[in-house]
Design a protein around this ligand. Sequence first.
Ligand SMILES: [Zn+2]
Length: 434
Amino acid sequence: MHLTPLEPWIARKAGLERLTRAELEAYQLARLQETLRLVRERSPFYRQHLAGCPTTLGSLADLSALPFTTADDIRQNPLRFLCVSQSEVERVVTLPTSGTTGTPKRIFFSRADQELTLDFFHIGMSTFTRPGDRVLILLPVARRGSVGDLLADALERMGAHGIRHGPVQDVAETLTTLFDEGANVVVGVPTQVLALVRAPAARRFPTAPIESVLLSMDHVPASIVSALEQAWPCTVYNHYGMTEMGLGGGVDCEARRGYHLREADLYVEIVDPQTGEPVPDGQPGEVVFTTLTRHAMPLLRYRTGDISRFLPGACPCGTCLKTLAHVRSRVRGIIPLGAGTSISIAELDEVIFRFDKVLDFTATLSRADGGPRLSVHLHLAAPPEEALIDPVRVALVEEVRAVRSGALAVSVTGEQSTGGAPPGHAKRRIGVEP
Ligand SMILES: [Zn+2]
């Protein structure tokens, strides 16, 4: 097994010959002090937010004395976060709101910030991409500086070629491009890539010679990973990131047991989502990060809303970098049902995507008369016959804890997908009826 390419890259960035945990942490602490100085000096938001807080940190653990930054803080007035003049902002990403406030989040990047992202994409992709590879990019590519556009530029740096396709609109058209362009690597959203092997149109094509797949933008169900690895001669890797992190955050190594993070650029903590207190390594909690190298809009202790944990023990790849467990849930995506039970979309994904005619599904929770009920609606690659739908219902009853225990009733319906665009890019979640 090869060492993650992130380790020698992070060592170089930290000016170290060989990376050790202690030296990496000393570097992180120095960058953290630098970031604190920068935001206090330049950002009106942080000048106010950090009033009365210590101005220097004795150790990384002292960071927990500083207040969190939330998505709402950014929504309220993103310009107050800026540490450069507006003319130095190279790209603004506007994120549609997922909450109740209705105001979108805006995230600013300078040219230097975009270079940090490009550099991470270049090194992260080299985990499973070699010079000469042809990478089909199914992420947004249309805008200059968009995630897919930066990825394509990063691939050129390593002598690979990024095919700027964009999200799948039509499975047959995307598969035609895949074969015509000779792609051997695919990067996309889990359900979109799944459509390339399961949609009826896929039957008209031979097995695609895909060696590696990188899934991003949403949690990655193990059932989708095995569906892809059975259909193509490929190995599937996970990427974790969000716009606020600078698009990229971490990527699997060959061990694929969790992501190694770009620890030269990000300092990541896991905190109890209720109390905000840091939890010991190994314990699950909310992922909180602090940027260490960003110019335009540094973020301190930003609450991601994602749930994960640091895996204890050494990674088989031999790195001294931490391993963050694959993110499967969001804090608000775990819906309590009373009596200590809960339900999340990730639990449903693992059961439902195992059925090879399922392209996608929606799940809606209602609490009308007689307790909570989950309505699952399947999008199928075949007519919605009872022989397809009933086994899904039986599997949910047997395998989803809240359903098995009787805390949650479930019903399953289905329809044949019209063969149009596969599911889009929004993070999938359980709908909740008021
Ligand atoms: Zn590893």
